[in-house]
Design a protein around this ligand. Structure first.
Ligand SMILES: [Zn+2]
Length: 354
């Protein structure tokens, strides 16, 4: 009896010690249902040394070994085109000394919305055009926009994934603009596992105009093919691509224009993606909600968390990831429910066009 009591006591002490040891490892998870893997919170840095944490084209906050396996349904938030500076420069046509207070306000609301969601999103991805000022012709303005971008997004309490857009590396990127993006923000392409899903972040500018960056585009191509090989070998629950420029806005057969990728390359890549098992591509650039299908691969075009060029309001997309499907819904800033219901289907899984 005494031995039993002692054993019980030892068990209680051990479980208390275990809790104390494990608690710091769970920081970032906060006990929510969307993850059982630990998240490296060192990515929450001060605005001064804010950078998207990647190394060797891998996104560091998630533990790859743990994240390779499916645990349970989870969600992430996708936004695009925060584009600090576009309102006053492009819409209001202010030529000199323009600011970006509107974009600061919108992105601050985006961060507050994401921080307030239950369950906690696995991450927030911003699909390009983080800032408006061009790296080559407006470097000083861009620098100031970046200070504010980093200050606002340092307030985010979940991992941030950034995708590079044409405004971030230029319409015709070159070594210089890509190196400066990597130095200021992080890798321009990388991949990661999260809860059994494989996410591939690509640099879509190489598909729009690689005339100034042929070597880098070739490296990107080789890397992308290696990622498709990962899919074939590992067979994740879902394979998802994040990119700035959509392959198409509405239909894979639509004509070439500023907002999409040239048709022959578009179809070739969509077929490669489809063949490798990718069924979701999330994009931005269009500043309107749109999207469509290539076979059963869905290209989702999400409107801006900044300036609109259509009838939408600034917002973001909440993506619910289930074992057998993904559902997504666009919410205006400040208008999403704080608690996301995983049993009620999202209403606009099939995107409706304006
Ligand atoms: Zn763009």
């Amino acid at each position: 009896m005494i031995i039993m009591n002692n054993l019980l006591l030892i068990c209680i002490i051990l479980s208390l010690v275990h809790c104390c040891i494990c608690a710091p490892l769970s920081v970032g998870n906060r006990g929510e249902a969307n993850s059982q893997c630990s998240i490296d919170t060192s990515y929450i840095s001060s605005p001064g040394d804010f950078k998207i944490p990647t190394k060797d084209r891998k996104y560091l906050p998630f533990d790859e070994n743990c994240e390779k396996s499916w645990k349970e349904p989870f969600m992430f938030v996708q936004a695009a085109d925060t584009q600090f500076g576009m309102q006053e420069k492009f819409i209001e046509k202010i030529k000199e000394n323009y600011g970006w207070s509107k974009e600061i306000e919108w992105s601050t609301q985006l961060v507050a919305d994401v921080n307030g969601l239950t369950p906690r999103p696995k991450f927030l991805v911003v699909c390009g055009d983080l800032m408006d000022a061009w790296p080559k012709t407006e470097p000083e303005i861009r620098k100031r926009q970046m200070v504010d971008f980093k200050r606002v997004f340092t307030g985010l309490e979940v991992p941030l994934v950034c995708v590079c857009g044409n405004h971030d590396i230029g319409n015709t990127p070159n070594n210089e603009t890509i190196i400066s993006y990597k130095k200021d923000i992080g890798d321009d392409y990388f991949s990661f596992w999260a809860n059994g899903v494989f996410f591939i972040v690509i640099n879509s500018q190489f598909f729009k105009d690689a005339t100034g960056s042929k070597e880098l585009a070739a490296e990107h191509e080789e890397w992308l093919e290696a990622q498709l090989e990962v899919l074939r070998i590992e067979k994740p629950k879902h394979a998802v691509v994040f990119q700035h420029i959509p392959w198409f806005m509405v239909s894979p057969d639509e004509d070439d224009e500023y907002f999409n990728v040239e048709k022959v390359l578009r179809k070739e890549k969509l077929e490669r993606f489809h063949d490798a098992g990718i069924r979701y591509v999330f994009t931005g650039h269009y500043h309107r909600n749109a999207g469509g299908f290539y076979k059963d691969l869905e290209v989702v075009v999400t409107s801006a968390a900044g300036v609109q060029l259509g009838d939408d309001d600034p917002g973001y997309r909440i993506v619910k990831v289930f074992k057998d499907k993904m559902e997504h819904e666009y919410y205006n800033l400040g208008k999403a429910p704080r608690e996301i219901n995983f049993t009620a289907p999202s209403t606009n899984h099939i995107v409706t066009l304006n």
